[in-house]
Design a protein around this ligand. Structure first.
Ligand code: SF4
Length: 406
């Protein structure tokens, strides 16, 4: 550990309050993602929300000047802080124990990327070796961080992440001038390689990597986002891409006001992106399935699976007693669990509409797309424009269930 001395500028309580503000742009865990998507869809309130993982910031005093960020160097800040590793480790462990779901240790770029990464690595080391914390740690990797520091951090963290931020590389120049494809993708590749090697060598290292992307920051369409996230999952074996809504309603020093994108990504778009993402990861959909070239934006009214089914209406109805698993899970209203239950039930009996009702499978959504033992209960909706409106209505009523479709 280098001889690093950081003066304490604020007391711990004040720092924690500031950290809460600084953390608003970071999505740290899967429950955060589900929470964001569900909240964006307006389907959960207060108590029903999944738990949030606490975040601790080493410093909010950034040397980078990303236009959208409250920690950027060009911003007038009343209070900046930089927390020494031991204090940060103690705060992180206290927060993790209080919350019970682990902790996300992160930072703005304090002095430079390697300096910050070294402090973060030391913080997580203290958490494990000196404070004997055994719970979940997600630690941020700085853009352009040295591979040796990634290795030192990953030795103690369960999950690492470096944020890709924009969907098109031209966007860095517009809103995050010091970031570029190389200083983001190089550490991402390094993490991916180190995870692979550590698994092979049975060495202690983080088991997963995630990233965060701001939707709408470059005026890109959803097809671009889906193509990018699909490539990131494939190439860097990410366990999750988190999406955040881009909002920039202020000027930022260092940027020409007229060149800054003045967009605020609508919340419903976030919910649809998370749905499309899950369809790609869990249901075998491709970017072309969820966002074909002639419909590059996700549908506001319909979830992406229903929209795909309507675009491929000639494939329906399918007979639930004969359809294979991959066909069943593409039926709106039938998810992975329901498809498994149907296939299990088929081993001992014929699946009828009544049996589907008993299995609590939402016929309200799937009846239009299936026959059960040759019988169809979708009325004449399959041939009518009304199907879109019926699906959109049921989507509005059940978007929470759809997001976590069984
Ligand atoms: S590098 Fe991170 S903390 Fe620094 S200004 Fe950019 S987004 Fe904010």
């Amino acid at each position: 550990m280098a001889n690093i001395v950081i003066p304490e500028q604020l007391d711990r309580a004040r720092k924690l309050l500031l950290m809460r503000d600084d953390a608003q742009f970071e999505v740290g865990c899967d429950s955060d993602a589900e929470r964001t998507a569900l909240l964006c869809a307006g389907s959960i309130h207060g108590k029903a929300a999944p738990p949030k993982i606490p975040k601790v910031f080493m410093s909010n005093n950034c040397t980078f000047n990303c236009a959208y960020c409250c920690c950027r160097c060009g911003r007038d800040k009343q209070h900046v802080y930089a927390t020494p590793p031991r204090e940060l480790a103690t705060m992180a462990v206290d927060n993790a124990k209080k919350n019970g779901y682990g902790v996300f240790v992160t930072s703005a770029i304090y002095k430079n990327a390697d300096y910050t990464q070294e402090l973060l690595a030391e913080s997580v080391r203290i958490m494990r070796e000196e404070l004997s914390y055994r719970g979940f740690i997600h630690c941020k990797i700085m853009p352009g961080a040295d591979p040796a520091l990634i290795s030192a951090t990953g030795r103690y963290a369960d999950r690492l992440s470096v944020n890709i931020e924009v969907a098109q590389s031209a966007g860095y120049e517009k809103i995050a001038k010091q970031k570029n494809k190389t200083n983001i993708l190089t550490p991402m590749n390094e993490i991916s390689e180190q995870i692979k090697i550590a698994k092979y060598d049975r060495r202690q290292f983080a088991r997963s990597q995630t990233t965060q992307l701001m939707a709408g920051s470059t005026g890109e369409d959803d097809r671009t986002i889906m193509q990018l996230s699909s490539a990131l999952y494939r190439k860097y074996r990410l366990s999750r891409v988190y999406y955040t809504a881009f909002t920039l309603l202020h000027d930022a020093a260092g940027y020409e006001p007229e060149e800054l994108p003045r967009t605020a990504t609508p919340y419903w778009r976030m919910a649809r992106l998370y749905q499309a993402d899950r369809l790609q990861q869990l249901y075998g959909f491709s970017p072309d399935d969820v966002t074909p070239a002639d419909a590059p934006f996700l549908d506001r009214e319909l979830d992406p699976k229903a929209a795909w089914a309507l675009r491929n209406i000639s494939l329906y109805p399918v007979e639930v007693n004969r359809a294979d698993f991959d066909t069943l899970i593409r039926v709106p209203g039938i998810g992975l669990t329901y498809a498994r239950r149907i296939i299990e039930a088929r081993r001992s009996c014929t699946v009828t509409h009544d049996l589907m009702r008993k299995m609590r499978i939402p016929l309200k959504r799937c009846a239009f797309f299936i026959t059960c033992d040759g019988k169809y209960e979708g009325g004449d909706a399959l041939d009518s424009l009304g199907l879109r409106y019926m699906l959109a209505a049921s989507d509005r009523m059940s978007i929470g269930n759809t997001l976590a479709e069984k």
